[in-house]
Ligand binder design. Structure first.
Ligand code: CDT
Length: 324
């Protein structure tokens, strides 16, 4: 077996007014907890260091900028402690944050941090940005202004190998990871681009509204409980179906709970195997470590039989996917 013990660090409610130090302290505790259970890699949610601020409409540029991380994420004052602790515990992390670049661009980003070397092994910038550019006129509407605050990612989906996590026979090499962020998980294209690079573990942080009729366009007439059940169902089928059809493990970490006593986000952090089975799932909507041993050898069956892409794909019929 090629086992890696991986944890999703689910994070419960994080309010608009929560101090950054408080949120960071929760992340450090989750990292400690996961490490004490033997995690080699811990996956944190999308925009983990703050509340999910794109639901708010900011008109003041300076105020908006305070929600973003500037400079090197490993050493910036508001985020450094997480990377220092990861290094101290010798645990790799994947963490999402709102990125402001030196030349003033803004992305919804995550990085894979390799504790042993202190290197960012890979960076991903969210490509499928959901929601709207303009806020809804109704003051009670639940906005999702990612199209306003972020540029679509420009790095593609790059699979990458990570050394030191598990021993592999030389012909197979180090394990292959890929990252995506939240809404990307609903799109077959995100997964297939990683699948084509032989991905063995997909990492994904998310903030998914449990009740957001304006966003979905279809559930305005449903009771909130039904809407949340549907959101959870769609989350799980996305993780399960795409893990299966790309013969890969996936690990997803939710920011969830009731933010500001008003905005509900689904939980459902889970680890899914390459056969599409959820092997671990969160039990709460609070801070919680979800951890499992992932034997990457289980990816072999799918990659060499049902989803042996080189033998079975028929790309002459797939042109429409990229031409319209
Ligand atoms: N953060 C994020 O991408 N949220 C989106 C909301 C859209 S709900 C259909 C998501 O895909 O979960």
């Amino acid at each position: 077996p090629r086992n890696i013990r991986i944890a999703a660090a689910q994070m419960g409610a994080t309010h608009l007014t929560d101090a950054r130090e408080k949120t960071l302290a929760r992340m450090l505790k989750l990292l400690d907890d996961a490490a004490s259970q033997g995690a080699q890699l811990v996956v944190f949610p999308e925009t983990a260091f703050t509340t999910f601020f794109p639901r708010h409409f900011f008109t003041d540029e300076e105020e908006l900028e305070t929600w973003f991380e500037h400079g090197d994420i490993r050493t910036a004052p508001d985020t450094k402690a997480l990377f220092d602790k990861a290094q101290q515990l010798a645990v790799d992390i994947c963490v999402g944050f709102a990125e402001a670049t030196d030349d003033g661009e803004h992305y919804n980003t995550c990085v894979y941090y390799h504790a042993k070397t202190g290197a960012i092994m890979s960076k991903y910038r969210k490509i499928h940005l959901p929601g709207d550019f303009e806020p809804w006129p109704d003051p009670n509407a639940i906005n999702q202004l990612e199209k306003r605050y972020f540029k679509p990612g420009n790095l593609g989906w790059q699979a990458f190998r990570v050394p030191d996590l598990t021993t592999s026979p030389p012909e197979r090499g180090d394990p292959i990871f890929g990252m995506m962020i939240c809404n990307d998980r609903r799109w077959a294209e995100s997964w297939r681009v990683l699948g084509l690079q032989g991905v063995e573990v997909v990492l994904c942080g998310y903030n998914t509204a449990g009740w957001a009729p304006e966003l979905w366009g279809s559930s305005a007439d449903q009771y909130p409980a039904d809407a949340e059940r549907l959101a959870m169902f769609q989350h799980k089928i996305s993780m399960q179906a795409h893990s299966y059809s790309n013969a890969t493990f996936s690990v997803c970490a939710a920011r969830c709970g009731l933010d500001d006593g008003k905005y509900s986000l689904i939980g459902g952090s889970c680890i899914t195997d390459p056969e599409g089975r959820i092997i671990k799932k969160s039990k709460t909507k609070d801070d919680e470590v979800v951890i499992a041993d992932c034997d990457l050898d289980l990816c072999r069956a799918g990659k060499t039989r049902t989803f042996d892409f080189a033998r079975h794909r028929r790309i002459e019929h797939y042109g429409r996917i990229t031409s319209q």
